[in-house]
Design a protein around this ligand. Structure first.
Ligand SMILES: Nc1ncnc2c1ncn2[C@@H]1O[C@H](COP(=O)(O)OP(=O)(O)O)[C@@H](O)[C@H]1O
Ligand SMILES: [Mg+2]
Length: 265
């Protein structure tokens, strides 16, 4: 998957996805540049997860074309495993193997999929555990960790596979509020290091501070997109305004989103 210069990291054209007769994505066009951080926001059911899942082929698009690093992943002849290998994905649920230690969680795919030997895999695993601040937990089992620690392990596990881009689907939504910050800090660090990232999130402060671009989705389409200062503070569309007033209303959402209430008005 070598990239030519000036080619986007992700190129999505005319993407449609239906489940049975229900059309969930109704024609998405989106480019993500190398090193760009794109935050995807929008109401529940608007198709955000489906969009992310189409990028790494967890869902098969009904129509349209997706290129990742210049490789057309929607080509029927493409090797799906090779495509997925280059794309890290972190979900709301942490998805760690409960019967494996933290270190083994980080090495199992490196060894099986990338054919790294144990020593090499462990060295890389520890590099990424150190990066997420959890080197001292390498012998722990997932159940012995907090949700925030488990999510940081899940991020480190993805990074151990040397992905060319990372997809995050509401990575902090199932965390207790006091654990959210550590996970967002890791993601912020990744962004600063130039990782290409697509992040579905309701953390408006993170979107404002870290995103290069915010994409607002509603009803299976992109309603508007632009720099966070524009989309979050001066939305052009009524649907965006209405969504933001709901998520930014301190009486509905506490914590960081309430703080982001300063963005509007
Ligand atoms: N596997 C599926 N089968 C049927 N419908 C689905 C499936 N996955 C998602 N949907 C529907 O697609 C719509 C968009 O879902 P989703 O992409 O999860 O939205 P979001 O992440 O924005 O909340 C929802 O109406 C959801 O019920
Ligand atoms: Mg979702």
């Amino acid at each position: 998957m070598s990239a030519r210069p000036h080619q986007p990291a992700i190129e999505i054209r005319g993407l449609h996805k239906s489940f049975g007769r229900i059309e969930v994505l109704k024609g998405i066009d989106l480019d993500v540049g190398h090193g760009e951080v794109v935050c995807v926001i929008g109401p529940s059911g608007s198709g955000k997860s489906t969009l992310l899942r189409c990028v790494n082929l967890l869902e098969e698009p009904t129509a349209g074309r997706i290129r990742v690093g210049g490789v057309e992943v929607t080509d029927p002849d493409v090797d799906i495993d090779t495509v997925r290998r280059g794309i890290g994905m972190v979900f709301q649920a942490f998805n760690l193997f409960p019967h494996l230690t933290v270190l083994d969680n980080l090495t199992v795919a490196q060894r099986r999929v990338l054919r790294r030997d144990r020593t090499g895999a462990e060295r890389i695993a520890r590099e990424h555990l150190a990066r997420v601040g959890l080197l001292e937990k390498e012998a722990a089992y997932p159940a012995q960790l907090s949700g925030g620690q488990q999510q940081r392990v899940a991020i480190a596990r993805s990074l151990s596979m040397a992905p060319q881009l990372m997809l995050f689907d509401e990575p902090t939504s199932s965390l207790d509020p006091e654990l959210v910050g550590d996970v967002l800090a890791v993601m912020r660090g990744l962004a600063e290091d130039g990782m290409t990232m697509m992040v579905v999130t309701h953390e408006m402060t993170f979107a404002r501070d870290v995103a290069d671009r915010v994409v607002f989705m509603d009803g299976g389409g992109i309603v508007e997109q632009g720099p966070p200062a524009e989309v979050l503070s001066r939305p052009r569309h009524e649907r965006t305004r209405s969504f933001l007033s709901r998520v930014l209303d301190p009486s509905h959402v506490a914590g960081p989103a309430a703080e982001a209430g300063q963005l509007i008005g």
